[in-house]
Design a protein around this ligand. Structure first.
Ligand code: PMV
Length: 329
């Protein structure tokens, strides 16, 4: 696949340093489960919004020595060995020679592995840095396919705003790419309720494989997700918060239901996660339209309109808030 995308482009670095930047994305319709593990091909299409300000910046240089040097600056400290191995494994796809080493310097404004999709932003920014270092000048679709090889959801971090990742049907994965949708929504807010910034126990990669292999509920997930995606897209186009919130919350809970039914069960929630969910439902009962989505971690991401910020802060404290679609309107 990499050969096909790079075709006759140069394989030696064209400059001394390559730079890339990308922001995290939050899926409103989730990707969970791979039909092909090596190529990160999903069973279902998914849809996300990119969160500006929650960024990963990567600098990439030719390295020396007998291994890649991978350095992480920013909150969360150093990269765990398994994450560094994953980056090195991904870089294997692009080495001009087997003994060629890279030096990767990554600065992140979000803690890694806390269910905030920081790995998506990391791989998307790494692919941009590769493109810059080698001066391939690939188009966004090709870049999104390369990012997908690092981490599935990374293909969506290649763009701002609302982004759809088409699952595709081909075995070679060339039709499984992300694409931006031009949807603006000035008033939409996403607030991150940080319940824990510590590393999660089971990464999304083994977590989804385990769910696919053992959960009796997984069989109905791909079809459910495709239906949810249509509902979420319609709600975004209509700027209908209630429809969007209900569909996104339901989609996230369905994804977690497949994991909870896995054997042994896979539960990313803590007691505080459930308490925060109940707070959201109580707020709604009290007339405050706020909804949540949740990834493979304990933290909630709230969806609400700008006018509800004060009520949300009263209930959840100083949450990190952003207006992901304001620039698109
Ligand atoms: O791309 P991965 O392997 O980090 O998986 C992402 C999985 C979820 O965050 C739970 C859902 C999604 O679509 O982002």
């Amino acid at each position: 696949m990499v050969e096909r995308i790079l075709a006759d482009r140069v394989r030696e670095p064209s400059r001394t340093i390559g730079r890339g930047q990308a922001s995290v994305n939050i899926a409103l319709c989730k990707y969970w489960g791979k039909r092909n593990r090596e190529l990160n091909l999903p069973f279902n299409s998914s849809l996300s919004v990119t969160l500006p300000g929650m960024d990963v910046e990567t600098e990439l240089l030719p390295g020396s020595g007998d291994r890649d040097e991978i350095e992480l600056c920013g909150p969360g400290g150093t990269l765990p060995d398994d994450a560094a191995d994953r980056v090195s494994g991904f870089l294997d796809l692009f080495r001009p020679r087997p003994d060629f080493r890279f030096r990767v310097r990554t600065r992140s404004s979000v803690p890694p592995a806390a269910g905030l999709a920081s790995s998506a932003a990391a791989f998307a920014s790494l692919v941009r840095a590769l493109d810059d270092l080698f001066q391939w000048r690939l188009g966004p679709r090709e870049l999104s396919i390369l990012a997908r090889l690092g981490s599935g959801s990374a293909c969506r971090s290649m763009y701002r705003g609302v982004v759809i990742w088409h699952a595709g049907v081909r075995n070679d994965g060339m039709d499984s790419f992300a694409e931006p949708l031009n949807i603006g929504w000035e008033a939409l807010r996403i607030g991150v309720v940080m319940i824990s910034a510590s590393r999660k126990g089971v990464g999304s990669r083994p977590g989804m494989d385990h769910t696919v292999e053992t959960s009796p509920l997984f069989a109905c997930w791909p079809e459910t997700a495709e239906r949810d995606l249509a509902a979420i897209l319609g709600a975004l186009e209509a700027r209908d918060l209630e429809r969007l919130g209900v569909a996104a919350e339901c989609n996230a809970l369905c994804m977690h239901a497949t994991m909870i039914a896995a054997r042994p069960p896979l539960v990313y929630w803590t007691a505080q996660t459930v308490t925060a969910m109940r707070t959201v439902w109580e707020l709604r009962r009290a007339g405050c339209p706020v909804y949540f989505t949740i990834d493979a971690g304990p933290n909630l991401k709230l969806l609400y309109a700008a006018g509800e910020t004060a009520a949300v802060r009263r209930a959840f404290g100083e949450i990190r808030e952003c207006a992901p679609l304001a620039a698109n309107e």
